[in-house]
Design a binder for this molecule. Sequence first.
Ligand SMILES: Nc1nc2c(c(=O)[nH]1)N[C@H]1C(S)=C(S)[C@@H](COP(=O)(O)OP(=O)(O)OC[C@H]3O[C@@H](n4cnc5c(N)ncnc54)[C@H](O)[C@@H]3O)O[C@H]1N2
Ligand code: MOO
Length: 652
Amino acid sequence: MRRIFRSLVSIEEAKQKLEESLKIERKVEEVSLRSSYGRIIAEDVYAPIDIPPFDRAAMDGYAVRAEDTFGAEEDKPIRLKVVGRIEAGDKPEVEVNKGEAVEISTGAAMPKGSNAVVMVEYTSAENGDVLVFRPVAPGENVIAAGSDIMAGELLVRKDTRLTAREIGTLAAVGITSVKVYSKPVVAVISTGNELIDGGELEYGKIYDINSAMLCAAIEENGGKAVYLGIARDNEEEIRKMIEDGLKTADIVLTSGGTSTGIGDMIYRILDNLGEVLVHGVAVKPGKPTVIAIANNKPVFGLPGYPTSAFMIFEIFVAPLIRRMAGVSKEDSRLKAKLSSRVFSALGRREFLPVNIVKGEGYTAYPVTGNYSAAISKLGEADGFIEIPESRAFVEEGEEVEVKLFSTLKPADLIIIGSHCVGIDVLLELMRKGKPFTSKVINVGSSGGLAAIRRGEADIAGVHLLDAETGEYNAPYIKRYGLRGVVLVKGYMRDQGFIVARGNPKDIKGFDDLLRDDVTFINRNQGSGTRILLDMHLKKIAEQRGVKLEDVTAKIDGYTIEAKSHTAVAVAVLMGKADVGLGIRSVAERYGLDFIPVRGEEYDFVIRKERFEKDVVKRFLDTLRSEEFKKELEKRLPGIRAYEKTGEIIEFT
Ligand SMILES: Nc1nc2c(c(=O)[nH]1)N[C@H]1C(S)=C(S)[C@@H](COP(=O)(O)OP(=O)(O)OC[C@H]3O[C@@H](n4cnc5c(N)ncnc54)[C@H](O)[C@@H]3O)O[C@H]1N2
Ligand code: MOO
């Protein structure tokens, strides 16, 4: 029988159960000081000796009795008898008596009787004597014993993370090894027949994401990751790997196989090996989480979806590793306004990854789409917001608290708008100069214009076709009432029909879409490609003297909407459709044929005052460069610079 989650527990309940069943031990080990960087010291360390251990000369010169030099002047030097010489490292055998001096070098131990050093610059050697031209005060140019560190002083406090500075201090007092907390060992197992670890990707297979990601997250939090491999969806194999993990590790993590499907068996295995504390948490993402105790060790069955696995790791596993490793972490949070309304699952607390952009205050851009399955969304995010169980949505503009993954580093260049691979090439060329950081947020053309209005984006990439005039972008800037901005003409993207290789259905134009033997795949409403299609269909309707609906009704597949150019190409590749509209570069990537319809003008909107930014200037220079033009030709067929590229239209 399939197991349906009996009842979801809240995050707090799950943590409580884990807390009650776990005895957290912090193990300690001794490591050499030289290899202790970044470790957490497990003891208070007191200085066993004074540093410096003896009075020592701070300058090259002569060790003297300060009193003997009183009254010395440039034209009335005092003569002292030189009775010896001490180098750094020597044990001083001589003594300085009244009227005597000892030649001394920086770092050498001061001889008995002396209490100051006259710098060599203010002396002159003469027949075994030295003439002193300036007086010194007692203690001058001498570093007193214990003045740096006094024996018995606390040097480094327990639980401190050792950096170069602490390590230097410990080295000063002769410490060569330190007690540090052992890194908790965390075993990582991926499960799933579909997973492979590099190599050629057969259809149906995917590369293992979770193990590499989790191993890094373990190290980030102060643990030691041990990767055990990929277990097939086979109860025996998974159980053996978990048992191996339990033998060597303090914590065992699996990912995948936690849910209720046919291949999902982690629950059963852990139920046999130990005690399952939690099966199902009221959280999104990460609902099908399993937490168990086996051999007195915690075992976490993380969900298979990468973002789900990561968030559950952050919520439950990371704090546990840090406690065992003695690592502390400041939560860093900030308040931001939400860029657009988001819907959330009632009854589950949602941890929604967001991207932070600074305009007037901070704006949080939620990642879009099915983010629990999409790893790249997590890579782009700066942190996440928590949406309570009781909320079905959070409104655009509402203030939210963002918990940051790490310190927020504002990017030098922020581009928000419609996605285009041409931008990636442009940024790559810009990077040949001075290094800079950039953030590209893909929220569609209209989202880009909104970000320009709010002052969040330096640059917005847009391709909005005005159905009335057939003109790109400029009509929309007017319609949006944007002022103080410029439209920089970008490049052309060839739009056309994507068809199977050899064009077996002989598609020549829009009329062919109405044929009975042709199946079409459409794009989503609001996309530029869809507007282009409907513009042409309207023309056909006018020519034939019928309504637009009569034309669209004749197209098999008009109501089937793909969300991206790539999705259109894949539908054609798999034979689900004969034809779709999209850009040439995607058709070529999939080895499909392409019949051009028209060029789409992809442009950039920039606030005028941002032209003062160096990176914005460089962006423009690169856009207009011959190199960019060539690089586009070489790498992105169907995206091309043209005579208008770099032209500027002002909107005042
Ligand atoms: N009928 C139901 N189906 C699903 C439910 C449900 O409640 N009822 N829950 C969904 C939710 S929510 C999640 S989250 C996932 C979690 O499922 P599993 O933990 O059983 O994981 P799998 O099915 O094995 O994998 C899910 C997904 O992730 C991919 N995956 C797995 N491991 C890796 C890895 N190491 N690297 C990259 N990708 C990985 C896997 O191929 C699947 O695509 O279940 C939903 N289904
Ligand atoms: O719980 Mo699943 O992790 O929503 O995607």
